[in-house]
Design a protein around this ligand. Sequence first.
Ligand SMILES: NC(=O)c1ccc[n+]([C@@H]2O[C@H](COP(=O)([O-])OP(=O)(O)OC[C@H]3O[C@@H](n4cnc5c(N)ncnc54)[C@H](OP(=O)(O)O)[C@@H]3O)[C@@H](O)[C@H]2O)c1
Length: 249
Amino acid sequence: MTDAAKRIVILGATSAIAEAAARRWAKAGGRLVLVGRNTERLEAIAADLAVRGAAAATFVALDCASADAEAELATIVADLGGVDVVLVAYGVLGDQRTAETTPQAAAEVFRTNFTSAAAWCLAAANVLERQRSGTLVVIGSVAGDRGRLSNYVYGASKAGLGVLVQGIAHRLAQQGARAVLIKPGFVDTPMTAAVARKGLLWAKPARIGAIIVKAADKGGPVVYAPGIWRWIMLVIRLVPASLFHRTKL
Ligand SMILES: NC(=O)c1ccc[n+]([C@@H]2O[C@H](COP(=O)([O-])OP(=O)(O)OC[C@H]3O[C@@H](n4cnc5c(N)ncnc54)[C@H](OP(=O)(O)O)[C@@H]3O)[C@@H](O)[C@H]2O)c1
């Protein structure tokens, strides 16, 4: 399979990070199916990707958190005649304080970031296993590396997803296919728009998009984005609770 013919399905294609990855795949002549819930944005992104060189850029409008993942993916893959990359990009940050006081709000974060994403991942894994080829790429987060008071509900959802993807990577490695977990640090996107001070550790979506596209071809199964976060999170995990609990991190 050449780059020009790469068939890519993106779940949560209106994400800034996903769009950056899609631009690279489009430039390489890929065939993209964009899945998301904002029809207007999907239409605009698909048109832009076509201009950038995509062999095809179509979209499917649905809510990823409530769709029947297996049935929807089966239809998309049948239309494409197979798939080379499935990118699971969608997610919500939620509000930590609200999630603590309103269990339903926490459940919503878990439903979007973990329960529904897990369903798409398992559906994709079954497709890739049958094909004996292709890569599942899933955006987790460094927030899943250690529970912290400022965002442990979001972090827990990403930690659960991360373990699932690592297990799928182990399974697919024995079947000729792959799975990769991308763990971004701070990225300047609409999700983090409320964070006022953006310093040295902040990356632009284009940088993370490039890492995703590379990881779809080789590497993993866990890719920190950018790589410096592997070492930052190693240190954060090693800080003893007696010290850690005195911080507001
Ligand atoms: N930005 C960061 O610092 C950072 C760090 C680590 C990990 N991440 C992860 O990176 C991924 C992409 O986020 P981003 O930073 O690119 O932010 P973003 O631009 O806000 O993208 C989040 C996307 O998820 C979509 N989405 C949420 N719920 C959905 C649903 N039920 N069905 C379909 N789409 C849904 C949103 O679509 P709508 O436009 O329709 O709401 C939005 O396009 C997320 O998984 C996020 O957790 C981000």
